[in-house]
Design a protein around this ligand. Structure first.
Ligand code: KG4
Ligand code: ZN
Length: 337
């Protein structure tokens, strides 16, 4: 029998994406990142849904073309049901349902957070998938979680953020420093030329495995206000500021990962989500192999930020187990793992 081909659709935030997967191999992965939000310093939900409506057909068409297949070759459609912005999710969900009906093929709902984690199961040369159980630090613009992954469809969220997500902290602090949204990648670049110990910001002291990032943002804000008498303070110190902020956020993340490893005794650890593209986080995470005797799994950059390949892989795993979704499904903004 031919290995099933699945179309994956992602539209939970500000990226419209479609991917084609056959088994665990990605045949195409097209991502259209909406530029319209840059002027607003954050995602504007209404504009995001409108842009998804404009993008979804061309993005899916391109994914099918690049995979060198036709619509008739698709065996099922996987889509992000949630969590995310409701208006954005509705575009992907409605489109997936209509296309599944038109092609008379099954539908597979996917949790966006599972997608981030399961990007690690996409077949890639020289890249090993994690073995169960493993811990995953999922760090994105909307979420920060440590998840214990027992099996393909069995998870326990051990800790999560009580306020801002790690990516949100990068973005909001970037905005304070006058950087464009989203600021994470730019902070990463500038930090490479700066001194991470130049400025000290407090690392949140929180019991257990939960995170908090709003305090870091507030202390950077007060620090910048205190230095307002020098109008060029930010521009003169931008690289050191970026390096110091990044250093603080990474320390706050890793202290919890270390705690989770000690608490569970699980040494297989992975990172996922947009912030897992951060070069310093990737380096420091890998160091846990030496300091904590862990086996680390670091995703390829293409699958860190929002993309449909990660939705397609979960779809493929669900298809193998006949975990299909009824056509009367609706999008769910607060869809838990
Ligand atoms: O996973 P993602 O694309 O979207 C959500 O599901 O939220 O993550 C986007 C986030 C943004 O906050 C962005 O600033 C951050 O990932 N990001 C980075 C880097 N690249 C993207 N943060 C730090 N360093 C990076 N290199
Ligand atoms: Zn995401």
């Amino acid at each position: 029998m031919k290995t099933p081909i699945i179309l994956g659709i992602e539209s939970s935030c500000d990226d419209t994406s479609a991917a084609i997967i056959q088994g665990r191999k990605i045949l195409s992965n097209v991502v259209s990142t909406q530029k319209v939000h840059q002027n607003y310093g954050g995602v504007v939900p209404e504009l995001a849904s409108r842009a998804h409506l404009q993008n979804i057909v061309p993005v899916i068409d391109q994914a099918i073309q690049l995979a060198n297949i036709t619509k008739k070759d698709i065996n099922a459609i996987a889509f992000t049901r949630g969590p995310g912005l409701l208006g954005s999710l509705l575009v992907g969900t409605s489109f997936a349902k209509s296309l599944a009906m038109a092609l008379n093929i099954p539908l597979l709902e996917v949790n966006h957070m599972q997608g981030h984690i399961f990007a690690h199961f996409i077949e890639e040369d020289n890249l090993e998938s994690p073995s169960f159980p493993f811990l995953c630090l999922t760090v994105s613009g909307g979420h920060t979680q440590i998840v214990k992954v027992n099996d393909y469809f069995s998870f326990e969220v051990l800790g999560e953020t009580l306020d801002d997500a790690a990516g949100e902290a990068f973005d909001k602090i970037g905005k304070l420093m006058g950087l464009n949204y989203p600021a994470g990648a730019m902070i990463d670049q500038l930090a490479q030329l700066g001194d991470p110990e130049k400025f000290k910001f407090p690392i949140p002291k929180l019991e257990g495995l939960n995170f908090s990032f709003s305090g870091i943002k507030t202390s950077v804000m007060y620090f910048l206000q205190k230095n307002q008498n020098n109008p060029s303070f930010i521009s003169e110190n931008l690289k050191d500021l970026c390096a110091s902020v990044q250093n603080t956020i990474i320390k706050a993340l890793l202290v919890k990962v270390e705690k989770a490893v000690e608490r569970t005794g699980i040494k297989n650890i992975a990172i996922a989500g947009g912030v897992s593209a951060n070069s310093e986080l990737r380096k420091k995470f890998k160091d846990l192999e030496i300091t904590h005797n862990c086996k680390t799994y670091i995703p390829i950059i293409e699958y860190t930020s929002d993309n449909a390949a990660m939705i397609a892989i979960v779809g493929s795993l669900k298809y193998e187990r006949s975990l299909f979704t009824d056509l009367n499904v609706s999008a769910s903004a607060r869809y838990h793992l």
